[in-house]
Design a protein around this ligand. Structure first.
Ligand code: BT5
Length: 324
């Protein structure tokens, strides 16, 4: 069933505004025209609007509000990322599902998307507020052949991809706060959570969790987030298609990931620095072993944050919360 649906969607992606005849679609998927009609009805139930014109055929005129796999595939420009999509209505956390699927052998690029998360997670078991059908709550499974200590670089790669995607679709200019926040007007619009399945010397999979606030209004946030969180629609003043954002994001992420596997972290570092908010500023880094106050010098070739304290000593920070 879903294979046939994929074929239909691919065909409509290629045909764009053109009509596809019932006979053409029947030949394509190897079934009768009545069966084609049934599949078209299924797409309508998912929220697609299709125009059917006699002697011409079908074309898609409107895609659904929900982020369904079919809608994401409609126009997806990637080779691996998002070629397998699991879409769920309501889950605890997409990370949890991704861990299970990765363990069961899911292929690289598999994506898990939920309309709503009941216990979305941040780092260190903090909560990630993920209300229904307003944001992108997504996990991506990657299987890079890199040593485990390099895994945090994937957080920085993803941050660059998110900024590029938002910049492509809006005239907003998001900034990255090391390591995993994306801010607009000083408020958090995106959080990234990179988790690992690894042996001591080998990565089995990296699970990148991405939470993007897209269409929330200020009232959708609980009080404790109202001053620190924002969404693309709050900043832009209008709603954005989540499916389109996901498509563009997956394409950007795939490009950067390929660049990284091919050329290493250096080109990513340059891009990352061009979007970073914290470099050259005084800040406090709260780590599990204590706080460091000083000026952020930048990141190392490995993506580690360097802070110079008042005595001139340079600290390397691998993981922390940053206060600007
Ligand atoms: C993060 O953690 O920023 C990582 C968030 C990752 C979420 C994605 S959604 C898909 C996938 N599935 C999951 O279960 N998680 C990932 P951290 O840096 O620890 O920031 C967490 C803090 O951000 C919280 O303590 C709140 O202060 C704040 N916060 C929570 N929800 C927020 C939201 N929707 N928007 C902005 N800030 C939020």
């Amino acid at each position: 069933q879903s294979e046939i649906r994929k074929k239909l969607i691919d065909a409509f992606t290629k045909s764009k505004e053109e009509y596809l005849s019932g006979q053409y679609l029947a030949n394509l998927i190897g079934c009768s025209r009545t069966a084609v009609w049934k599949h078209i009805e299924e797409l309508r139930k998912e929220g697609f609007e299709l125009e059917a014109v006699r002697r011409k055929g079908y074309r898609i005129t409107k895609t659904p509000e929900k982020v369904t796999p079919d809608e994401i595939r409609l126009g997806l420009q990637t080779e691996t990322l998002g070629r397998q999509i699991h879409h769920e209505e309501s889950v605890d956390s997409t990370q949890k599902i991704a861990h299970r699927l990765a363990y069961e052998g899911a292929q690289e690029g598999t994506v898990i998307i939920a309309e709503e998360q009941l216990s979305g997670r941040g780092r260190m078991d903090r909560r990630w507020h993920s209300p229904k059908s307003t944001g992108v709550w997504m996990s991506v499974i990657l299987r890079p052949n890199i040593p485990p200590p390099k895994a945090p670089q994937l957080t920085l790669i993803t941050a660059v991809a998110v900024v590029q995607a938002i910049e492509e679709l809006t005239d907003l200019t998001p900034q990255i706060k090391w390591p995993n926040d994306i801010l607009m007007n000083g408020k958090k619009v995106t959080g990234i959570l990179t988790e690992l399945q690894a042996d001591a010397d080998r990565i089995i999979s990296i699970i990148i969790g991405i939470g993007i606030n897209v269409n929330q209004e200020l009232d959708d946030y609980p009080d404790e987030l109202k001053d620190i969180a924002t969404s693309i629609s709050i900043e832009k003043g209008e709603k954005l298609s989540r499916a389109e954002l996901i498509r563009v994001l997956l394409a950007k992420l795939e490009n950067l990931y390929k660049l990284y596997l091919d050329k290493g972290f250096y080109p990513i570092k340059l891009l990352w620095e061009s979007y970073a908010v914290s470099i050259g500023k005084n800040l406090t880094a709260r780590t599990i072993t204590g706080s460091i106050y000083g000026k952020a010098l930048g990141i190392t070739e490995d993506g580690v944050l360097m802070i110079e304290d008042s005595s001139g000593k340079v600290h390397h920070v691998y993981s922390a919360d940053i206060e600007l």
